[in-house]
Design a protein around this ligand. Structure first.
Ligand code: CTP
Length: 403
């Protein structure tokens, strides 16, 4: 394994999410990575994610006394064998070109003037092609920096043009070259981590027009999907009925009933790293689904025989090790004895984690949630917050457990 050290500066572009994968590739080679975020980069990726993936503290500003006491920015620049700025925004390129040092990254750039610098630009094509930006990149190239040309494709602004940041694999390849790591011991990871999420309320048919279901809205599952996408992960949604529109860029597997959901889950479990079951699966389904609409009974009562549905998350969690996702996570929605019931489910279903939430306080369909993520030896509490905030924390927590 390599003992090299990389300082990775991340600028404020939508491409910042790809930096998470870049960190993973370097870590797999045994390379130490320390990340530095600009203020605007934090709009696109969290310090917590990068800290979890790199296993190192993440620096965000110049005047952080605690961080400076641990390792000053000058020591940080000296520590590194190579400086990578990915994504490099037009603003960062302009600052580097003219030597402006008004934040941590631009200060580090000046302080790291005796190590190789790799820049991976990402910006709108008009900004990239502007003579000012072009001139700045020319200057930086003349200074001996490696500039990874942006690729063409769909940009965040909707245009199909040049300006996309190079893929993390390409950036890593350039770094290996520059650092003299000629043959990576293992090839860079070709694909990002995959998260599969079951979501929504299953519908168990009685006849062609009626079904048994529940009040699950799917909001928590979608919030988790969005948080995972934001971190550059691939997301599969095994989707039963949901009121909400699912986020874009997920692979959706419509699965209305528990049986269909199980079928889909078993098909894709092998290609899944993290399996999260948020779906409210009906515990029972009618033994017989009528092919015609049921007519009213003469004696004024309806007798419906129900049989138990398969337990999807338990079946996935009990797969043999070579087919089982690395982490299997369930949800326990309870109205009483929250932690006891959650712990029972964790053990009974062979889960790695269970997210326990009290639906008497935070009912289905609401905007807020409060969750305890419980494992065999640990418990992490996330206090009441929006489902979006809680989902981000859960995904970061799971990512910190998978590496
Ligand atoms: N679950 C599942 N398949 C089922 C039932 C539940 O995958 N047939 C998953 C849910 O998505 C959730 C977890 O199991 O992640 C716990 O679901 P819950 O309904 O709370 O538990 P049950 O096992 O159904 O127990 P009970 O209804 O008795 O509380």
């Amino acid at each position: 394994m390599s003992s090299k050290k990389i300082l990775l500066g991340i600028g404020g572009s939508i491409a910042a999410y790809k930096s998470a994968n870049l960190v993973r590739i370097f870590k797999k080679q045994g390379i130490s990575v320390r990340c530095v975020l600009t203020k605007s980069a934090e709009e696109f990726i969290t310090a917590q994610t990068l800290q979890a993936l790199s296993g190192e503290p993440v620096r965000r500003n110049l005047f952080d006394q605690q961080a400076e006491a641990a390792m000053s920015h000058i020591e940080l620049a000296r520590w590194a064998d190579c400086l990578i700025i990915a994504p490099t925004t037009a603003n960062l390129a302009a600052k580097f070109a003219s030597g402006i040092a008004d934040d941590l990254i631009s200060t580090l750039y000046l302080a790291a003037n005796d190590i190789p610098v790799i820049l991976a630009p990402a910006m709108n094509s008009k900004m990239l092609l502007h003579p000012a930006t072009q001139e700045n990149f020319r200057k930086l190239q003349q200074r001996g920096h490696y500039i990874l040309e942006s690729a063409s494709g769909e940009l965040a602004c909707g245009e199909n043009a040049i300006g996309r940041m190079q893929e993390p694999e390409k950036i890593a390849q350039k770094a290996f070259e520059v650092l003299g790591i000629s043959q990576p011991l293992t090839p860079p990871s070709p694909k990002p981590l995959t998260v599969t999420i079951t979501v929504g309320a299953t519908r168990e048919n009685i006849d062609p027009v009626r079904f048994i279901s529940n009040r699950s809205s799917g909001k928590m599952g979608f919030a988790l999907a969005r948080a995972a996408l934001k971190r550059g992960l691939k997301v599969n949604l095994i989707k039963a009925y949901c009121e909400q529109i699912p986020p874009e860029n997920c692979q959706i597997f419509p699965s209305e009933t528990a049986e269909k959901m199980l079928d889909t889950a078993l098909n894709i479990a092998n290609d899944t790293d993290i399996f999260i079951a948020t779906a409210a699966v009906a515990d029972y389904r009618p033994k017989k689904v009528l092919s015609q609409k049921h007519k009213k009974e003469r004696d004024g009562a309806l007798h419906l025989e129900l049989i138990e549905n398969p337990d999807i998350v338990a079946t996935v969690a009990q797969l043999p090790a070579d087919k089982r996702p690395k982490l299997v996570v369930g949800f326990a929605a309870e109205t009483e004895n929250l932690k006891n019931y959650a712990q029972e489910k964790l053990a009974k279903k062979n889960l790695d984690f269970i997210c326990a939430n009290d639906v008497s306080q935070f009912p289905f369909g609401g905007e807020l949630n409060e969750i305890s993520v419980i494992s065999k030896n640990d418990e992490k509490n996330f206090n009441a917050a929006t489902k979006t905030d809680i989902a981000e924390k859960i995904i970061d927590y799971l990512l910190s457990k998978i590496n």
